[in-house]
Structures are given as C-alpha cells and as structure tokens.
Design a protein around this ligand. Sequence first.
Ligand code: UTP
Length: 291
Amino acid sequence: MKAIIPAAGQGTRFLPASKAVPKEMLPVLDKPMIQYVVEEALAADAREVIIICNDDKPEIAAHFSPSPDLVRSLEHKNNTALAQSVRHAGALPVSFAQQNEPLGLGNAVLQAGDFVCDDSEGFFVLLGDVLVPDNGLLTRMRTVSEAYGNAGVLAVIRVPDEDVSRFGIIDAELISGSEQDGTAVWQINALVEKPLLHEAPSNLAIFGRYLLTPQIMQLLAHTGPGAGGEIQLTDALEALLQSEPLYAIEVDADEGLDCGTIADWLSANIRLAARDAELSKVVSAACDRIF
Ligand code: UTP
C-alpha cells in the first residue's frame, strides 16, 4: 500500500513561526513533525511515500536528502549518535509531488493521482501535522479494511462540543466492537466538514489518517470549493458514499497527537516529553517551578 502525506498548506495558524519554516518542519522534541509521519507510514509497510509539497517549502526535501559533509563532520567529532540520526533522516525513502496553490486538502491529495492510479488497492493519507507516535493505527485501519472487503477506513477522535466546528464530523452507526475498550468499528452514513455545533451529527471528528480506495481521485477531480472556500477531502468522501461504504475506527486521545495549532503542538511536545525517561524530569521540574 502506498502513502500520501499532504504538507503543502500555508500553516496560517502557526504564523509568524511558519513564515520561513514550514509548519511540518517545526520540531516535536528532537525531530520535525513530518519525520514522525514518514516513519509511521514506513512502519505500516507503506511501499512508497509521497509528500505533497510546494516551492515555498524546500526545507522539507532538504531534510530528507543526504548530508554527507555534516555526517562526516559529526563522526570526526565522535558524535556517533547524532551522525546516525542525520544519516537516517536523509535515507528515508520519500518522493515528492507539487501542489502549486494551497486550494485545500482534497486538492492536495489529488496531486498524487498518478502515484496511485495504477493500483487497484487502497492507499493511506497521513496529514503532515498529525502524529501517531506508537505507529499502530495504520495497521489497525488496514485490518478493518480487509475485514470489510478492502473498503475505505477513516480514523476518528472524540472532540468536545467547542471543537466540533474545526473538523470534519461523521454521522455513523456502531457495527462492531465496543466504545469502552477502543475496538469500535463505525459505518459512516454521512460526513460534514466544519459544521456548526447544532448541525453536527456527532462528536466524532476525522483525525488525519485515511485508508482510501483509488475511486476517490475521480471524485476529487470534480469536487468544487467547500467549507472555507477550500477543496475538501471530506466533500469527496461524502460523494463516495453513494457508491461505496466507508468505515471508521477511533483513535485514543493518548494515541493521536494533532499538532495543527500552537496550543496542540505545545501539548504534543509536553505529552511526548513526559513519556521519555530524561525529558520527563525536565517537564516535572518546570511544572514544580510554575505551579
Ligand atoms: P491544515 O489545514 O491543518 O494545514 O491541513 P494548513 O492549511 O497548512 O494550516 P492553516 O489552516 O493555514 O493553519 C492539514 C495538512 O494538509 C496540508 C497541510 O500542509 C497540513 O499538513 N494541506 C492543507 C495541503 O497540503 N494543501 C492544502 O491546500 C491544505
């Protein structure tokens, strides 16, 4: 299965930090957020990974290119671990497609149409600013897809009422498993992008991981601007429901870390630091000083 990582957005909510550094290149602990996303796709055995990018963000391609001089210099200074981390980032197998204008997530995915059009199997879409550090979610999505005839599967997360209008929201019914132990599988009846709270069919928000069938590309080619004037992947998925079923599984709040806003990014850094033996002491000491 191939993987598409859209990373050509404007990062408006991160300005001015994202003025000259792409949002996806901002660090979460010791590496840029997009490196987590590439590693997650590869951990799920993605055959190829394509990043949707643009000319304003050359830093992303630079990060995934070899830096032999830097590696040599670090090795010369016996910084073996750092040399290895730089070599690793430069050796991750990624390729690139262009989205010349940030017309929306749906339009970004469409730019990878040629990349998946020869395949009859599905492909993953992983948003470049959403992290799943334990790398287990895509495999769970693939298992559910296979159980339901290789259908499309979305990851969803429960959000509070005040956040509903920030996300794509699903209307769905529970068809197997249990909400209590995280095994719930939902069949989607409808999807709506950024609904007003009183129009939202549920609190289940699309979470930035998709397993899609290639048919979505034809629908994206004919999808016009939707919420916020952008070409929305959610609108094409709503159209797809006319011809194919779609399923959803839930992401636990500790499993998935959205980094789309400064507040979310800060929270992701703190939560990941708290899981690290050394950095958790830094978090704890900082909290002791503040609170
Ligand atoms: P977001 O909406 O979170 O990112 O899209 P954004 O558009 O960069 O941020 P804001 O809204 O201006 O603050 C989720 C992912 O989809 C990519 C983004 O780069 C991000 O990683 N994206 C979004 C595209 O590749 N192209 C687009 O036209 C829009």
